[in-house]
Design a protein around this ligand. Sequence first.
Ligand code: FAD
Ligand code: NAD
Length: 474
Amino acid sequence: PGVQLPHDPQKKTIVVLGSGWGATSFLNTLDTTDYNVIVISPKNFFLFTPLLPSVAVGTLSPRSIIQSTRYVTRHKTRAVEVIEAEAQHVDVVNKTVSFIDNSAIQGELSATTIPYDYLVYAVGAEVQTFGIPGVTEHACFMKELHDAEKMQRLFLDCLESAAFHGQSEEEIKRLLHIVVVGGGPTGVELSGELHDFLEEDLKSWYPELADKIKITLVEALPSVLPMFSRRLIEYTVSTFKESKIDILTQTMVKEVKDKSVKLALPDKTVIDMPCGMVIWAAGNRGRAITQDLMAQLPGAQTNKRGITIDEYMEMKGTNGTIFAVGDCTSSSHAPTAQVASQQGAYLARAFAQRVKRDDLEAKVTELERSVAMILHDDERKKTQDELEGAKRQLAKFKIRPFTYSHQGTLAYIGSDKAIADLPFLNGSFASGGFLTFYFWRSAYLSTLFSLRNRTLVATDWVRTKIFGRDVARE
Ligand code: FAD
Ligand code: NAD
């Protein structure tokens, strides 16, 4: 009701929630010939998250790392309906999704409910704040495009306020102290990018201030980057030492204030550390809509970390109607883009197989009906044989389960250095310099989904190399 579907009543309807790694990879791979497809996401674009820290320091322009979802869907065999809206509720029993347009401009209709035959659930996760006071109010996240743009503005604001005529030394020191919370890959990569900005640009733009800029990375666990090997962790720690990025491990942020962070140190003492800005990269948690969805299946969905799926991406307890991929799920795989995109592509291929299975089922039903109706013996025998053949084919028909193929983990740590755990090299790999820098860049360039994005990102890199990063504050 309310929405005009690109509807063929003979075909089943797949509703896709999300336009991130999982959903986009699904849409890229899906053959839409046999389905009605509707995509619902509050963002009408895909965000290439690995390069988000580069946007935060102005190496890349925001638009270079996004791609309109319509760019993917317009090339599809059958029209895909793209709806910019936030799904608010999935009704598992009635198989419907309710969603609202919560953007600034709305039409007369801004909330509705549509039915689905299959739901591909790929809404990702949201920033985990652990309920720590002041995080939402005072810290800057590093998850969405607007987070990176906001961080760039705030960071440059810290610099300009420090440059304010007559500012005291103590206040300059505070304003130029940047605290990054979370020693996972996001926090580490962002610290590295900040360091490059400082070395390559700020030293010439703000010569009187550059030496006073300080970056502190705070991590609650005994080490940063726990998912990497010991050798790579040590390499990162020593690189950060040379880059004068302070790492505080076994240190927990207890509160974020307007002008400081409250830290619980390893010896349990609590201190207030003055700073100009705080970047919160402390991990993710499930969205409210995901919790609501799981709460409808209390017997099957008990894992607090996310949706439980089987090896076919099927959400347990939904009888083959809801499939979930990516960060909203809890599986043996890490919540990464690599996993989400492989799951999305797998699911699209599985849907192609599902059509074949449905066709076979329909053929069996049709032949059974024919056999019962045919009077002529010879003809009935022929149809009976055909029916047996179709039944055998159906019995043998199996949709292959998902298998994850790990392509390695790569992280840029600043100063033209990158670390990598590469399975094909049978171990870890850490290096710096010209070649690493270009290896890192070409790896990301090749992963970008479109030629348009590759061109924009490559052009931005050349622009930054020639003209430096921009320090004009929007
Ligand atoms: P997302 O990509 O987050 O997509 C979720 C989608 O759902 C979004 O389009 C969102 O708008 C939409 N959505 C949200 N709420 C709703 C709703 N209510 N209704 C409908 N749609 C909704 N991983 C790597 O493997 N390598 C990396 O180098 C890497 N770098 C990263 C760098 C950063 C800064 C960050 C933040 C993450 C990085 N990751 C990396 C992790 C990776 O981005 C995630 O694992 C990946 O995005 C998960 O894909 P997803 O499709 O599950 O979720
Ligand atoms: P994360 O969960 O990996 O790391 C967050 C860190 O914050 C944890 O180590 C945690 O101990 C720490 N933390 C939490 N609360 C804290 C507090 N109050 N005080 C101090 N420290 C605190 O999060 P992430 O780095 O955003 O990564 C999320 C996912 O995305 C991971 O699966 C990661 O592998 C993936 N990712 C991969 C890359 C890459 O491959 N280059 C880059 C970014 C993200």
